[in-house]
Design a protein. Sequence first.
Length: 284
Amino acid sequence: MRKMALVIQGGTLRSIFTAGVLDGFMSLRFFPFHYMAGVSGGAMCLSYYITRQRKCAYDILLNIFNDAEFISWKNIFSEEGMINLDYLIKYAKQNHPTDLKKFRRFSKNRLIEIVTTSYYTGKPIYIVPNTQNVFDVIKASSTLPFLTKGIQIVDDKIKLLDGGWSDPIPVRRAISLGYKEIVVIRTYPKEHRENWTYMSKFGSYWHKNNPDLSNLFDTDYEIYNEVADFLDKDHSPIKIHQIIPDDYLATTSYSTNKKKLQIDYRYGFELGVEMALKLKRRIF
């Protein structure tokens, strides 16, 4: 049996779809992966998959999506930003604390990485979380300039940004580590491509004294489009299994309602079960 990898795209509120996929895996006790990489909201969902805590990510998103303390355009110029990641982590710890013993045990013989972006170089940094820094690393992977605090410091020294800027779907990271059977969870449809935005241009200008970071903001849409094009191609003998919505989810990155969240979660759950059954037949 070939060792398998799991790669998870971010998506902010769209990560409700990912929560459904991973809960579908858990419902069938499907844990075949030796390498797992999560980006942004996907990293939070991954943390609960690792500890086998079903419906935690779903419950968190369902209960705070309309909480003004978590997300509000009115707060975009506040110290915490439009999205308050500290509030998210506080809520998660209080209501669905991660089982750190299970986290430690599950991680023992597997490689788990959370994707972040270096504030200094604009390059991806793949951090192996531990029970001491896992929440800080998840925050770092979700730190969006202008929308959150902007920068997260991990281990008192490393300045990091959202991993989605530099490696939004880290499938080539898995390939570089030697994995030839990879499951990719995406939160945009296959045909989606990014375009230049004013926010990217503003980010480029804001960081004009840091040429590497400035260039990242100028070209971030190209980075996404390149990996999306990569995933459109056949890479035999590498086998890439994609779990991807047929169309845009009802939930967007920053806007949703309870019904939309439930629809997108259920859709992800069904696709997760379908993929787990398909791969179980091949593996076992």
